[in-house]
Design a protein. Structure first.
Length: 210
């Protein structure tokens, strides 16, 4: 997996987990993901504040249509508007030129989606509040039953429903296809996130579960 893709994925996990855990007074458990990756939002030689005058909201259906390798123009056409530049690094035309665009979600305050482009191709997408998953709730007991190497279907069977697809990179079916799902707990702010690569669980984290 490309270094830029990994950074985008981990940054998405930390942003989502940080926002949710701020609502909880419970503890948190995490394997592998522990560093503060806020530096991935740093822009090199470019402006962070560029905004589109026709920025509109993104829906779950539109978010799911965005695929790895699409151009910014293709994504903007799917959503129906231009996004806001949140971060930009490198120079336009350089293969390493990386830009993160953001759209507001259509489900109320705080909902949003970010899409990362490298050399004008999608390498990662992440969301918060655009896809809320099913009504299934995860408990600490269920979380403990989940083990690395399990498939998403196995984990769904344990929890009892679908999770929200928070982040996705790569082409589905490939060895480096990486996707992150989250499930909500029964108490306010509690949640769990699961990272899969090549169809197998490689990381799990929770905040405030009981």
């Amino acid at each position: 997996m490309k270094k830029g893709m990994i950074c985008s994925l981990l940054a998405a996990v930390m942003l989502i987990a940080g926002f949710l855990s701020a609502c909880s007074d419970g503890g948190s458990t995490s394997s592998n993901i522990s560093k503060d990756l806020s530096s991935t939002s740093t822009s090199t030689g470019a402006s962070h504040s560029q905004k589109s005058s026709d920025r509109s909201s993104i829906t779950k259906t539109e978010f799911n249509k965005i695929k790895d390798g699409m151009t910014y123009k293709e994504v903007a056409t799917i959503v129906g508007s231009n996004g806001e530049v949140m971060s930009e690094a490198g120079e336009k035309g350089d293969p390493a030129h990386t830009v993160i665009y953001s759209w507001n979600g259509d489900k109320g305050w705080g909902a949003n989606a970010n899409v990362t482009f490298q050399n004008n191709k999608v390498i990662n997408k992440a969301q918060f509040g655009v896809d809320s998953g099913s009504s299934a709730k995860i408990t600490m007991k269920k979380f403990d039953q989940v083990k690395n190497g399990m498939t998403y279907d196995q984990i769904k069977s344990i929890i009892g429903g679908d999770g929200a697809k928070d982040s996705e990179s790569g082409t589905e079916g490939s060895a480096d296809y990486t996707v992150i799902y989250s499930f909500q707990g029964s108490n306010l702010g509690s949640n769990a996130t699961f990272m899969f690569q090549g169809g197998k669980l490689i990381n799990k984290a929770q905040a405030g579960l009981k």
